[in-house]
Design a protein around this ligand. Structure first.
Ligand code: PLP
Length: 383
């Protein structure tokens, strides 16, 4: 396979050379000074992208592990939770809660639409007994490319008194999330998406209100008990168990890159890329799943032309034009494909990606005038 592919994937994402080089370092003494220093710097920089002054901790896990960790630490068996889902990953958060024996009320919104704020308001207002202990919400629904209005949902959750537990796996590092300003209680993310590193680290921010809930939680747990992680971090700048050193090196270098560019500039770059990509896809004649008003700056789902075999077409796009995209997920598996644009993503990726999409669609009989999508994206960049 060619080394330089155009990776338009929704995670794991393209890992730039600087990060790959950083990850080639030797392992070090697990309780030594080097790792202490690295942990300290990692947490300091992670707080900048979480936009929080509160606790941030990290674990050896993927994002799903972080989601389970949020539930197992702040709740007790049988607690009632409201799971707001508008796609595959919202469904997953609800499934984890069900598997853990929580009393889960799932509010499912149509795939491609965001969580309806009025609906959330009504449900929370109706809960006069305050039975709902937590609201589970996906910030950026990667299966559909929808960004939910986290600020509004968090405000309603706070007025009610429940905890907000947020899946920010595909938003941290590429979609603005203001943990403190929006009053989010637990925010979970992972190393392999917006932060361009190897998979292996889940990171979590925890509010003071969430820490109160942690003290009351009656779930049995050992590795997942975040109190031990907090204690080790505060007393020794270490994790209680062996950390994923390689992913830590990568994550630190990714944060260096993000902070050198300026985090606000990174977010703006993602917004610009999204605008250009959407313009290009529409000019080609493809239908986008999601309206601009709540379109994700990190992933775009595209409706598949009914006449084309999506799996064969995506394979051809990858093999002939070296443009990798992702298939649909959940109930959209046969009708959409997804373009990831998170992390180390630039204008050249969008131009190359659109060009490959145009050429390969044409080869599959889709009536596209070569150059229209690329030109539409270029116009956005030129503005
Ligand atoms: N939540 C969201 C929004 C995701 O996009 C993903 C992965 O794609 C996950 C959760 C699961 O993360 P992981 O595969 O790291 O467990």
């Amino acid at each position: 396979m060619k080394e330089k592919r155009c990776m338009l994937l929704p995670g794991p994402v393209y890992t730039p050379e600087r990060i790959r080089n950083a990850m080639s370092k030797q392992m070090v003494e697990r309780r030594g000074e080097d790792i202490k220093q690295l942990s300290k710097e990692l947490i300091r920089d992670l707080k900048k992208v979480f936009k929080t002054e509160r606790d941030v901790l990290f674990f050896v896990a993927s994002g799903t592990g972080g989601m389970e960790l949020a539930l197992v630490n702040t709740l007790s068996p049988g607690d009632k939770v409201l799971a707001l889902s508008c796609g595959n990953f919202g469904d997953r958060f609800a499934d984890i809660a069900v598997a853990m024996g929580l009393n889960v009320v799932v509010e499912r919104f149509p795939s491609g639409k965001p969580v309806d704020i009025d609906c959330v308001r009504k449900i929370l207002q109706k809960d006069e007994e305050k039975d709902i202990k937590a609201v589970l919400i996906t910030h950026n629904e990667t299966s559909t490319g929808v960004v939910n209005d986290l600020e509004a949902i968090s405000q309603l959750t706070r007025e009610h008194g429940a905890l907000s537990l947020v899946d920010a796996v595909s938003s941290l590092g590429c979609v603005d999330i203001r943990t403190d300003e929006w009053g989010l209680d637990v925010v979970v993310s992972a190393s392999q998406k917006g932060l361009m590193s190897a998979p292996g680290i889940a990171m979590v921010s925890i509010s003071p209100k969430a820490w109160e809930a942690v003290e009351k939680s009656r779930y049995p747990k050992y590795y997942w008990d975040i109190r031990r992680f907090k204690k080790f971090n505060e007393e020794k700048s270490l994790t209680p168990y062996t950390p994923a050193m390689t992913a830590m090196y990568g994550l630190k270098e990714a944060l260096n890159m993000v902070l050198e560019e300026g985090y606000e500039n990174v977010l703006e770059r993602h917004r610009l890329i999204t605008k250009a990509l959407r313009a290009g896809l529409e000019a080609i004649g493809l239908e986008l799943l999601v309206d601009e008003a709540y379109a994700s700056p990190s992933v775009t789902a595209v409706k598949f032309p009914e006449t084309i075999d999506s799996t064969a077409w995506r394979k051809a796009l990858r093999n002939k034009y070296w443009v990798s995209t992702a298939g649909g997920l959940g109930d959209l598996i046969d009708t959409t494909f997804r373009i990831g644009h998170m992390g180390y993503i630039g204008r050249e990726d969008i131009i190359t990606g659109l060009s490959g999409i145009e050429l390969s669609l044409r080869e599959y009989g889709f009536p596209v005038e070569i150059g229209t999508g690329v030109a539409a994206a270029q116009k956005v960049f030129a503005e």
